[in-house]
Design a protein around this ligand. Structure first.
Ligand SMILES: *Cc1c(COP(=O)(O)O)cnc(C)c1O
Length: 417
């Protein structure tokens, strides 16, 4: 038994099987991770859009180490400088209002749902319109907000207060608005639902609809926020401002953290005692998040992500011409989806054998989420591995001569750290 297999055996025996893990990983640096056998993988999952500045970025590691040695946690019964400064920073980057800190994406969305309900309470408004194929989390309220029946099945009865509309279809949202509607909630780029960006027409139309009907416009930026799409927040691609949005995944580079960010008016709705979190915004996570924002600024990662995203999408688009089974390349910045006719999982599995980690987004979309500081040669290496995987699954295409030989050069399983 290899070390990896030994770990997997204990894991499967004692960890509830809500996932089906594939490889065992023990260390990482930048956009590469390693298993116990010292094989190298190119990591284009980045911990599921978490490591936007790469694995173990020295500035983030240092910030965490320093803070944890000085003061790790005191709870929100006390002021801490890191939380104050982080909230100020996020506010200045976005809506000029206030923040609430928690520990995950689902929790941030719960906070946003509660804030919307509290805002609408006096008028008897509570229902939130969300989009089909959205993803907002796995708590009872957020799985209900999630417009996918496969996520909800088996957990009924679901909480009331949610209605669904079709993404990128303004009429569908308008038709769902009722007396009790309080808000519309969406992802600027649907992540789990298939790496699908909202159209400008849709988002501009939603803002107008919300203004006319007195509704809040809420963005779930848990996956597409923190520079992933080439801007700080996905909604910044559109000429609108939301009333509130949420962050999590990449916010503190793997130290669990979520945030709700709202306009000054909406922020004022929460009064002492209305919402809380024991761990939320503790000194260590805030130090990590400050370091993440510093690194994104200092290393110019917003522009870089946009540029690298173009290279990756362009490279993937070449496969459309070569293989009929590859239908579309879509996304924004370094949130890139490859739509395939067959099984996306099959491609992900073969890519992993080649030494590239990527993930699925639904049945037919392969999702690539490299760290934002990925370099051009890394993109090229990944594209070679994707090309090899596609060739292995769909067969060599005429006019291509070198796919087989690239397999030997791609590093993957043979390279030692
Ligand atoms: C991952 C994700 C969530 C849930 O975040 P957790 O930290 O897993 O609770 C919510 N919304 C979106 C858009 C996500 O991608």
């Amino acid at each position: 038994m290899t070390k990896s297999e030994g770990i997997a055996a204990i894991f499967d025996q004692y960890v509830m099987q809500t996932y089906s893990p594939t490889a065992t990983l023990v260390s990482g640096k930048g956009c590469r991770v390693h298993n116990p056998e010292r094989n190298v993988f190119m990591d284009f999952t980045a911990g599921l859009a978490v490591h936007n500045v790469g694995h173990c970025h020295p500035k983030v590691v240092e910030a965490i180490q320093k803070q944890v040695a000085a003061l790790g946690h005191v709870s929100n019964l006390f002021y801490t400088p890191g939380q104050a400064l982080l909230a100020q920073r996020l506010s200045r980057l976005s809506l000029g209002g206030k923040c609430f800190f928690c520990n995950s994406g689902a929790e941030a969305n719960e906070a946003m749902i509660k804030l919307a309900r509290a805002w609408g309470h006096e008028k008897g408004k509570y229902e939130i319109i969300t989009m089909q194929n959205s993803f907002h989390g796995r708590t009872l309220a957020t799985l209900t907000a999630t417009g996918q029946s496969k996520i909800q099945k088996g957990f009924e009865p679901l909480p009331i207060g949610f209605a669904y509309a079709e993404f990128n279809n303004l009429e569908s949202v308008a038709a769902a608005v009722g007396e009790q509607t309080v808000a519309v909630m969406l992802e600027a780029v649907q992540g789990e639902g298939g790496v699908l960006p909202a159209t400008e027409e849709f988002v501009v139309g939603l803002r107008k609809l919300c203004d006319e009907k007195g509704l809040l416009l809420l963005f779930d930026e848990v996956q597409c926020g923190m520079g992933r799409t080439g801007k700080w927040f996905g909604w910044q691609h559109y000429p609108v401002k939301p009333d509130a949005f949420t962050l999590a995944k990449a916010l503190a580079d793997g130290i669990p953290m979520g945030a709700l960010v709202a306009t000054p008016e909406l922020s004022a709705v929460f009064k002492p005692g209305m919402h809380a979190s024991t761990f939320g915004g503790n000194p260590v996570v805030c130090a990590a998040a400050m370091a993440v924002i510093d690194v994104i600024e200092e290393e110019g990662l917003l522009n870089h992500a946009e540029h690298m995203g173009e290279l990756l999408a362009e490279g993937l688009r070449m496969f459309i011409d070569k293989h009929d089974q590859i239908l579309d390349i879509r996304g924004k910045g370094l949130m890139v989806g490859m739509v395939v006719e067959g099984s996306a999982k099959e491609i992900v599995d073969v890519c992993r054998e080649m030494g590239l980690l990527c993930c699925t987004a639904g049945e037919h979309v392969v999702r690539f989420l490299p760290p934002l500081n990925v370099k051009e040669p890394d993109i090229e290496e990944a594209l070679e591995m994707v090309g090899d995987a596609i060739a292995e699954i769909y067969g060599e295409d005429e006019g291509e001569d070198s796919e087989a030989s690239l397999a030997d050069e791609s590093g993957g399983h043979d390279s030692l750290i």
